[in-house]
Design a protein around this ligand. Sequence first.
Ligand SMILES: C[S@@+](CC[C@H](N)C(=O)[O-])C[C@H]1O[C@@H](n2cnc3c(N)ncnc32)[C@H](O)[C@@H]1O
Length: 265
Amino acid sequence: MKEKFKTLLWFGVRPKFWAHAFSLASRFFKSNNDSPDIRASATAWAAGQVRPMAEIFVGLGLVERPDVQLPRINKRLLADGAERVRRSGINIDGSLGGAGDLELLYALVILSRATKVLETGVAYGWSSLVILAAQDLTLKSNSMLVSIDMPYVKARAEGLVGVVVPKQYRDSWILVRQPDRPGILKGLELIGGSLDLVHYDSDKSWHGRSYAYPILWNSLRPGGLFVSDDIQDNFFFRDFVEMLGLPFFVSESDGKFVGIIRKPS
Ligand SMILES: C[S@@+](CC[C@H](N)C(=O)[O-])C[C@H]1O[C@@H](n2cnc3c(N)ncnc32)[C@H](O)[C@@H]1O
């Protein structure tokens, strides 16, 4: 009870987060599309869609043959990031959810030469780090990444968000410290114009996706890439691609599934 009151108070004094709080509260009155049973079925569905990485890149039209060597992340980049986490002294991993398939994301950004990228969900910033490093390698100063992550409710962890991203990449990086509602709209306004790549890794609930996917999809340019983590959590990804009749790909990493769609040109 005391904790609930503290949460109410936390949101109460932050008008910018009322839309998010209202959306959370309204879920009590909506059907539960994220139950353990649904999750188990969605996981089985996702597992049945998995294709080998090489086949996915050919299918997306990013490489011509499956034997082409995909770009790989320099191990030093990740080791330096881990060192920055260690030095920050902040470690609340586990309560945040970890990084997704970083090698996949890195290769997608490089091979598609994605200039304007928007991602939701930052935490330590592993995905931000590999997107920025990939952009730096291929595009240098023309690129931009906008990342959205809400402040942690009641947690004193401000220094944590994006801690793995070094200074050298921060000029082309904008971090929006707001919930998806209204952070996504703010991020789109800041980046301006259509997106080359979207990486969705924030509110993975059915209701969270039902708000964000359509907005992000409509902001993507034809030929752009839509990448969504943890599609096994519920059936929103499956229903979305079926509803729009979209070809899609699924990759698997550590028992988690990433959905990838290339917007038809
Ligand atoms: C799995 S972590 C992101 C990991 C990150 N992409 C990486 O690769 O290191 C999910 C993040 O989404 C954020 N998040 C969850 N729900 C959100 C919402 N409704 N709005 C904004 N951020 C949200 C959490 O604060 C958390 O930091």
